[in-house]
Design a protein around this ligand. Sequence first.
Ligand code: ADP
Length: 467
Amino acid sequence: MTLIFRSTLKTSLDEQAQDELNQTFVAVKGFLRIPGDADLVWILDRSDPDDNKILARIQGIEMISDSNGVVLEGSNTYKSLGFDSADYVRQVLSNPIQPVWHEKRDPSGVKYLIRSSYVVNESRTRKIYVAIGISLAPNNKLLTSFNWLVLALIPLAVVIGMATGWAVAGRALEPVMAIARAAQRISGSNLSLRIPERKAADELEYLVETFNDMISRLEQSFIQVRQFSTDVSHELRTPITIVRGQLEVALFTAQTTEQYRDAIVVALGDVERLSAIVRALLLLSQAESGQVVLQLQPLDLCETARNITEQFEIPAEGAGVEISFHTRPGNCTGEFDRVQIERMLSNLISNAVKFTPPGGLVRVHVSRVGDQCEIVVEDTGQGIPPEHLPHIFDRFYRVRGMEEQASPEKGLGLGLSFVNWIVKAHSGTIEVKSEQGKGTTFTVRLPFRPHLPNVSNSTHESVMKAV
Ligand code: ADP
């Protein structure tokens, strides 16, 4: 850039010098007369200061010679540069391209630009060689100053550029540093922290939003994991404490084999319940982490639901509850996992029977609704208080006080978590409506083929049966 600028400056100064010499030559032609062979007459008004000035300019650096190089008029300055040789004069006079430009140096090294040309006498018989010059010292001085200026400015420009670059980069990177600082503060114990949003519609804002979304998902997973560990330790601690207490009491108080036997039987019952919880949890966590996959096969949901309902007729009768199955015309055959569907129906129907007092009704209704199969399990039982409804699908969630009234056998609080997973795994939806004292209705809707890919995995099914 600097080089281009310097070369443009030099060209412009050279052109300026050439223009000046061209104008001077025009003045030469205007003022110079050559009446005889060797006579030169300057026609001008000596009393006019302008004319005198022009003549002084012409004669400042000038050489006028005849065609053989014999100097007719020459200034001292031109003499110091060295008058042009006869050969050079002849060469210029014979050169059709006029003027001829060349440079000369005086003894002190100062450069001059010389314009060589000729004028013809009035009778047009002779050519008179005219060379005029101009000192290039001011131009060279200007170029030298320019060089020095550039030399001084380059480091300054580099320093200013670096400082500006540093400042601009610093400002541009500030949000990135803020993100990094915020990210450093976020750890497993304070996942509620978020990177402040800048409200600027740019890529960094998008990065901040993406990052915050990721932290939200992580926080959600952490909460679930924490909740899971709390639930598990709470659920396992109680039966373990009971078993331990029973065995200690037996150890210190039992005297007969019969008493030892009774204590062991009771403890074994609790150990059974413990292993049921562990198996159920294992399966549930495998299911929710995607390790249990559906084994799909053509299945008539009407038929399946009718069979399961029939299996509950005897327990329902024992509980004084009337159970019935209903359907509407329409094919309910689709691709389902038989074991999981049976498990889902068993959980829903057993809850309905369990939480319905004697004299109540349980109705199971299966029908085709559009491109889905609808399963409704409804009871006229005690219902679920509204504040508990959002939580009944959570692991280990049981409505306090209800179970004790409903059944002497305490549930694990995992049944509906399984139901929820089975419905989701079949790409379906589940809905619950309940009114205290009036009853509860669970509505499951399943497409005739789940949208998810599935792989056969029979090893988990036997565990599922145990829940
Ligand atoms: P549980 O093993 O205790 O039955 P679930 O996960 O199946 O566990 O159910 C969770 C809780 O939801 C039950 O403890 C009960 O309080 C409530 N519940 C489920 N189904 C019904 C129902 N049909 N009527 C009333 N309450 C119900």
